[in-house]
Every structure is written in structure tokens, then in C-alpha cells.
Ligand binder design. Structure first.
Ligand code: HEC
Ligand code: HEC
Length: 220
């Protein structure tokens, strides 16, 4: 009798473990419930928003839509990309004296809290300015340059510039002045934190970079 009760209990427990898994709660750590909270902790959006308001908003805008063209918009950017950049500013893998200072003051949790807070804000659309350049930008963005083996940007960043979450950052609506600094930095070795982007940028001329930056600003 005791044996039956025990195995019944085990079966019930197994069922409830499966069903809570199916409900999508804390799936990876069913056996490890005590250890789980620290590891898979949800980002603390309240903390993230407070840190952003205190430290970052003055340059990146109250909701992450920077109003200053040399400071990138962060709103709606994929959180994994934001965390990667913050970690690399901190370690010096992506070099920028201003951001190295701010990123160095952040813990891994701070970075995650801020990234998940800012990604939830909608990005403000931008506008392209130069009619002639924008046609060139669009052509390269969508089709690349076949005879110089420049890959189409859309292939990774998607036709709308929304990117692909966790793999390729969002570009659409970004300030042209910011993009026009990043592409030459990838090309000339000032920004060395992405092998694929260094390769893509290697063969772009200054004019093509201006065209792409302008097109991306108006992309939606
Ligand atoms: C004094 C102005 C200033 C402040 C304050 C500031 N930033 Fe920045 N941030 C910049 C500039 C300028 C860049 C572009 C750096 C570059 O050219 O590589 C940048 C870049 C970034 C990027 C990379 C974006 C991308 O698209 O690759 C992230 C992420 C970022 N900042 C997050 C933050 C966070 C989080 C804070 C607050 C803890 C913060 N910044 C505070 C000026 C600032
Ligand atoms: C093979 C895939 C791939 C292709 C093709 C590609 N990119 Fe990227 N791009 C990336 C990745 C990956 C990153 C993120 C780099 C990082 O982690 O720092 C990136 C980052 C960028 C950034 C930096 C965004 C920011 O907020 O700082 C810009 C700008 C950019 N790409 C523009 C372009 C343009 C313009 C083209 C076409 C000429 C292009 N990319 C083609 C993969 C690609």
C-alpha cells in the first residue's frame, strides 16, 4: 500500500512539473527551484528606468529617443545587442571614452535592467534628407554591390531595418550622423567588435556610407 501511494505521489509530482513547464513558468529550472531565481531573474524594469533617467537620459533622451544626432537612439533596440555593447564598452573591446566611463559603473544586472526597459519604448521614426543619395543608399541596402562583393544590408538587418532579435541590431530611424561615424569606424578599424560588420564595411566608399546613413535614418 505504502509503495503504491509513494509511486502515485511521484507520478502526480511529475505531472505537475510537466504542466508548470507547459505553462511557461521557470521552465529550465524545475528541479533547481532554489537556485533558479538568481540565474534566470527577470529584468527589474523599475530599476532599469530609474538608472536610465538618472544617468543616460541626458544624452540618449528620456525614453531612449536621443534628440542629439551624434548620440544613438536606443529605444526599441534589441536588449541582447544593448547588453553586448555595454559589456564591450566596459571591457574596452568597443572603444569610446565617454561610454566606457558610463558602462564601467554598471553591473551585469544593471545592464540587463536598463536594456529591457529601453527596448520597450517605441523608436521615433526619422527622415532621409538627400533625395539623390537616398536612392543610392536604398540600392546598396537592398541589393548590396555585386561586383565588389558588398553584401545586402537587408540580408541581416531585414528589409525594414528592424533587425533580427538577438542576432542583428535594429537600424531603422537611427540618426544619420551616428551611423556615418560607425560605418567608417568598422571599415577603418576604430570599431572592432564585430567581424561580420568589419567585412561588410571594408569596401564601402565615403559617399556610399553617407548614402546608407541617410537611407537608414528614413527607413521604417
Ligand atoms: C555624455 C553623453 C552620454 C551619456 C550620459 C550616455 N551615453 Fe551612451 N552613448 C553616447 C555616445 C556619444 C555614444 C556613441 C559611441 C560611439 O560612437 O561608439 C553612445 C553609445 C551607446 C550605446 C551603443 C548604441 C548602439 O547602437 O550601438 C549604448 C548601448 C549606450 N550608449 C547606452 C548608454 C547607457 C545605458 C547610458 C547610461 C548608463 C549611457 N549610454 C549614457 C553618449 C552618452
Ligand atoms: C552578415 C550580416 C550583416 C550584414 C550583411 C550587414 N550587417 Fe550590419 N551588423 C551586423 C551585426 C552582427 C552587427 C552588430 C555588431 C555588434 O555586435 O557590435 C551589425 C551592426 C551594424 C551597425 C551598428 C549599429 C549601431 O547601433 O551601432 C550598423 C550601422 C550596420 N550594421 C550597418 C550595416 C549596413 C549599412 C550594411 C550593408 C552595407 C550592413 N550593416 C550589413 C551584421 C550584418
Amino acid at each position: 500500500m505504502k509503495l503504491i501511494v509513494t509511486s502515485l505521489l511521484a507520478a502526480l509530482l511529475a505531472v505537475s512539473a510537466v504542466s508548470s513547464f507547459a505553462a511557461g513558468e521557470a521552465a529550465p529550472a524545475a528541479h533547481d527551484a532554489a537556485a533558479a531565481p538568481a540565474k534566470v531573474a527577470k529584468p527589474d524594469l523599475v530599476k532599469g528606468g530609474a538608472s536610465f533617467a538618472a544617468v543616460c537620459a541626458s544624452c540618449h533622451g528620456a525614453d531612449g529617443n536621443s534628440g542629439t544626432p551624434v548620440n544613438p537612439k536606443l529605444a526599441q533596440q534589441h536588449p541582447e545587442y544593448l547588453v553586448k555593447q555595454l559589456q564591450e564598452f566596459k571591457s574596452g573591446k568597443r572603444k569610446n571614452p565617454i561610454m566606457q566611463g558610463f558602462a564601467s559603473a554598471l553591473s551585469d544586472d544593471d545592464m540587463k535592467n536598463i536594456a529591457y526597459w529601453v527596448t520597450a519604448n517605441k523608436a521615433k521614426a526619422g527622415f532621409a534628407k538627400d533625395k539623390e543619395l537616398v536612392t543610392l543608399g536604398e540600392r546598396i541596402y537592398r541589393g548590396g554591390v555585386q561586383d565588389r562583393q558588398i553584401a545586402a544590408c537587408a540580408g541581416c538587418h531585414s528589409p525594414s531595418g528592424a533587425g533580427i532579435p538577438s542576432q542583428y541590431p535594429r537600424l531603422s530611424g537611427q540618426h544619420a550622423d551616428y551611423t556615418a561615424v560607425q560605418l567608417p569606424a568598422f571599415r577603418d578599424g576604430g570599431r572592432k567588435n564585430s567581424q561580420p560588420m568589419s567585412q561588410v564595411a571594408a569596401k564601402l566608399s565615403d559617399r556610399e556610407i553617407r548614402a546608407l546613413a541617410d537611407y537608414i535614418a528614413g527607413l521604417r
